[in-house]
Design a protein around this ligand. Structure first.
Ligand SMILES: [Zn+2]
Length: 461
């Protein structure tokens, strides 16, 4: 009976091995780093040497391009990425915080700590992930400094007013800090933001040598990131998504075009109570009481490249105007036309904020890490779909959102099976089948051995 006794001893070990259960305490998901390079147009890597980004295409996922939401502006678009909601649903409809009754405006940086601007009942992923036991942090990412439903992001660094956008040494230091957060402090999800190449695109224009030089700096930074991940032993543990919030187009000026200057068409003193213009291709305006129709009629056919709507008639496909913060009259322009109010300042040579279907407003999506396929070129998609992908990677149950995992999950390696959901279920099933097959085979061999052994023993007796 030696053979049968061996079997009895081996069986629990064999079954335990075959069940595919992870050892106690093993993580069921990998860490995630989301990096945004502000204003990185989809084709910026095509007229300049970018060896590190090219390597990423081989070693990870690239989308042909990414469509940002309307309005193609920094805060609204970043908050769509982190929440998976259209702009009119999350309510961060502009870079500026404003009050049309009191007449004040706060600029982009001044809004960063202002919870009342960001918290409109939609939870960003930091908070949702925290509430499900993940450790999250934001490094300069728009909206990361606010509280949501009373809760701050566990760790948050907010850009100061004097923060330089383009200091390459500081960029690398920031990567090292984030690597330490992952490695030494076991953070699970970090968002990291850089203000370039947006700044250089505004200042010099997108089709300039200054912009190409900046893209090379970003490419070196991505190379440094790869080294830093390796150096910190995070290669097999960290997924990385590199994306952006919008593109950039060259601003059209005199004498090439007739520029849009609202004061040429409306008497500000008589008709306008409050305006949000001089901010690229989107404008909002509120009339003085009783002057609503006069203001609308004065603007409606003012300029062939200026499209003016009453709030309730603004094109629905933009998913933009159906929010209480949107002012009664909204305007957007053809690409390259700025909406100027009382005078033309010509501060920017490049700008964004235009129709999100325009190619110059499209942006980038790259990803790599243990859960992403290699050498995978994805079709273009809307940035609302990044949110469910991030939830999947972190093993977090998403809040209600406008995205769909079906759009993005083709990028994932289906053999990794580390996350909850259908991929895991099929992986577990696969393990069980292989395991049971192996157990059967081993049992059969042991059975034959036992029978043979017994037969030999019998012969001897
Ligand atoms: Zn931006």
């Amino acid at each position: 009976m030696t053979g049968l006794r061996s079997l009895a001893l081996l069986l629990p070990l064999l079954l335990g091995w075959a069940s595919g259960h992870p050892a106690p305490g093993r993580r069921s998901f990998h860490k995630l780093l989301l990096i945004s390079f502000d204003g990185f147009r989809w084709d910026y890597d095509q007229d300049v040497d970018t060896p590190n980004m090219d390597r990423l295409v081989k070693e990870g996922v690239k989308a042909k391009y990414l469509s940002p939401p309307f309005v193609t502006m920094t805060s609204p678009s970043h908050f769509t990425t982190i929440s998976g909601r259209w702009v009119e649903e999350h309510g961060v409809i502009h870079n500026m915080l404003y009050n049309s009754d009191k007449g004040w405006k706060y600029d982009f940086k001044a809004t960063q700590n202002k919870t009342e601007w960001w918290d409109n009942g939609v939870l960003p992923l930091w908070i949702t992930a925290q509430r499900q036991g993940r450790k999250t942090a934001s490094f300069h990412y728009p909206g990361g400094g606010a509280k949501y439903d009373g809760e701050p992001v566990q760790r948050s660094l907010v850009e100061s007013y004097s923060h330089p956008d383009s200091n390459e040494t500081e960029w690398r230091e920031n990567i090292d800090i984030v690597m330490d957060w992952f490695k030494k402090e076991d953070f699970d999800f970090v968002t990291l933001y850089y203000g370039e190449p947006d700044n250089v695109g505004h200042r010099f224009g997108p089709e300039t040598e200054n912009r190409r030089v900046m893209i090379q700096q970003i490419d070196r930074t991505i190379g440094y990131l790869r080294e830093a991940i390796e150096r910190h032993g995070l290669t097999e543990h960290l997924n990385v998504i590199i994306t952006s919030d919008h593109g950039m187009t060259t601003i059209k000026m005199k004498p090439e075009v007739t520029e849009i200057l609202l004061t040429n068409y409306v008497k500000y003193r008589d008709l306008v109570k409050f305006d949000l213009v001089d901010y690229g291709g989107l404008g909002m305006i509120e009339a003085k009481p009783g002057q609503e129709e006069n203001l609308y009629q004065a603007l409606k056919n003012a300029h062939p490249s200026l499209h003016v709507y009453k709030k309730e008639e603004f094109p629905k496909h933009f998913h933009y105007a159906n929010h209480k913060r949107a002012l009664p009259i909204l305007m957007y322009t053809d690409p390259g036309y700025n909406i100027n109010g009382r005078l033309i300042l010509h501060i920017n040579k490049g700008d964004h904020g235009f129709d999100n279907s325009v190619m110059d407003m499209k942006t980038i999506f790259r990803a790599f890490g243990p859960d992403f396929k290699k050498d995978y070129l994805a079709e273009p998609f809307d940035s609302i779909h990044i949110y469910p992908l991030m939830c999947k990677l972190l093993g977090v149950t998403p809040e209600p959102h406008n995205g769909s995992l079906a759009v993005t999950e083709g990028m994932l390696r289906d053999s990794s099976g580390q996350n909850p959901g259908s991929a895991t279920a099929s992986k577990t099933m696969h393990n069980v089948v292989i395991g049971l097959g192996t157990v059967t085979a081993v049992l059969f061999v042991l059975f034959i051995a036992a029978v043979t052994y017994t037969a030999i023993q019998r012969k001897k007796t």
